[in-house]
Each structure stands twice: as C-alpha cells, then as structure tokens.
Design a binder for this molecule. Structure first.
Ligand code: AP5
Length: 211
C-alpha cells in the first residue's frame, strides 16, 4: 500500500506513521526526519534546509522532490510506503504523482488527520524528540533517554511559539490546497479525527483504510 499522511504540524503524523507501518508491513518515509538527519550530519542538504526549518517555512519543492525521487527507488519501499508529511504544496503533489507513475505505482489513499489549532499548540509545546531516531514524546524532559534507541530527547527549534505560529500559517496557505488537489484528482481521501489516545487514533485510521 502507498499511503500519504496529511495534516497540520503536530497532528500526530509521525506518531501514527510508525504504528501504521507496522500494521501494514511497509516502511515509512518522512521528509522532516530525512532533513533533520541531514542537518545533524552537516551535509549539503542539511545546510540548505536548516534556516527554512528553524523558521517553520517549507523547504523548496525541488529539494523535496529530489529526496522523494531518490528514496522511493530503493528496494525497502518496493512493497509500499507510508509517506509522512512528504507532500505540502501542489507542485509536490504533481511531482509525487510523476515519481509514482514512473515506478508503475499510485497512491492508494490520502489519510488526513483532523485537529484544531489549540490542541496543536498544546501538543507541540510539550513535545521532545529523540535526536537519533526522531521518535516524538509528550511529557518527557529534554535530556532524558529515548525508549526505542537510547538516544537523547531534545526540543525542536521549530516547536518554539513563533515557529509554531508560522508553521500553522504556512499550512493554511501552502499545504491546505493540496487536499483540494487530491480531491479533484480523484484520489481516495480518508479523514479521521486525530484527538483521543494514540491507539484509538490508529484504530480509527486502520478501520477507515479498510484494514
Ligand atoms: P516535520 O518534521 O514533518 O514537521 P510537521 O509536519 O510540522 O509535523 P510534526 O513532526 O511537527 O508533527 P506530526 O504531525 O508528525 O506530529 P507528532 O506525531 O510528532 O517537518 C518539519 C519541517 O521540515 C517543516 O516545517 C519544513 O520546514 C520541512 N519539511 C518537511 N517536509 C517537507 C515538505 N514536503 N516540503 C517542504 N518542507 C518540508 O505529534 C506531535 C506531538 O503530539 C508529540 O509530542 C506526540 O507525542 C503528541 N501526540 C501524537 N498523537 C497524540 C494523541 N493522539 N494525543 C495526544 N498527543 C499526541
């Protein structure tokens, strides 16, 4: 299955991506994680992306499409993929369509997580993430250890109040139109409420996908 996760920053895409991937037996691809790893490693890609990400702005489309085009050709994604935050502009949606087409594949569904901005501000204000595997946590202090890989939990620069406000504004202006693009394009869109406990949201998502 090729599933695109869509939703505001902090909607829970990363949290649900790994759970859905396990259930559906496919791998995840998260452009945010790829870019943060590149920043941590100091690669040219990371240097290009850092300022955009710290401000909460989108990284240019050509950079994202380069990452996606390269990644989806790898054997680990042959059986399908959960795309986490990978498409955030209409040109990216068009580019993704071309990449999948060139591989003889198509999106099975866009899974859209619905949540109000107030809930997001609360969530992101309390988030820490692992500096190695990027697992997100709530209510765990920066400096403590990741349960999955033993990495150190840190606060993300773009989880500061100004950057959160900017990310929500960017979502409204540049990313929300992607939903209409998929609707016009005839792609199956499945919408689930992203509030409630994590397992309940996963159950809702799997049920909505018919799994
Ligand atoms: P990215 O890392 O993808 O950030 P995002 O889209 O802003 O999403 P988040 O990671 O903040 O949130 P999430 O929806 O994954 O929620 P999470 O599961 O962590 O991208 C970062 C930046 O990279 C972008 O701003 C941009 O600069 C760049 N970028 C990436 N892709 C790009 C693209 N395609 N084009 C251009 N630029 C791109 O959950 C959030 C918190 O809530 C956590 O603390 C979690 O524990 C908690 N939580 C999750 N579920 C629940 C629940 N059900 N109840 C209570 N708490 C919950």
């Amino acid at each position: 299955m090729n599933i695109l996760l869509f939703g505001k920053p902090g909607a829970g895409k990363g949290t649900q991506a790994s759970r859905l991937a396990e259930q559906l037996e496919v791998r995840t691809l998260a452009t945010g994680d790829v870019l943060r790893n590149a920043i941590n490693e100091g690669t040219p890609l990371g240097m290009k992306a850092k300022d955009y990400m710290d401000r909460g702005d989108l990284v240019p489309d050509d950079v994202i499409l380069g990452i996606v085009g390269e990644a989806l050709r790898r054997p680990e994604y042959e059986n399908g993929v959960i795309l986490d935050g990978v498409v955030r502009t209409v040109p990216q949606a068009e580019g993704m369509e071309r990449v999948l087409e060139s591989l003889g594949r198509k999106l099975d569904a866009v899974l859209c997580f619905e949540i109000e901005n107030d809930d997001i501000v609360k969530r992101l204000g309390g988030r820490t993430v692992c500096d190695k595997c990027q697992t997100p946590y709530t209510g765990r202090a920066a400096g403590s250890k990741c349960e999955k890989c033993g990495g150190t939990l840190v606060r993300r620069k773009d989880d500061e109040p100004d950057a959160i406000r900017n990310r929500l504004a960017v979502f409204k202006k540049q990313t929300a139109p992607v939903f209409d693009w998929y609707a016009r394009n005839g792609t199956r869109i499945v919408t689930v409420k992203a509030v409630g406990d994590v397992a309940t949201v996963s159950d809702r998502a799997l049920q909505a996908l018919g799994r």
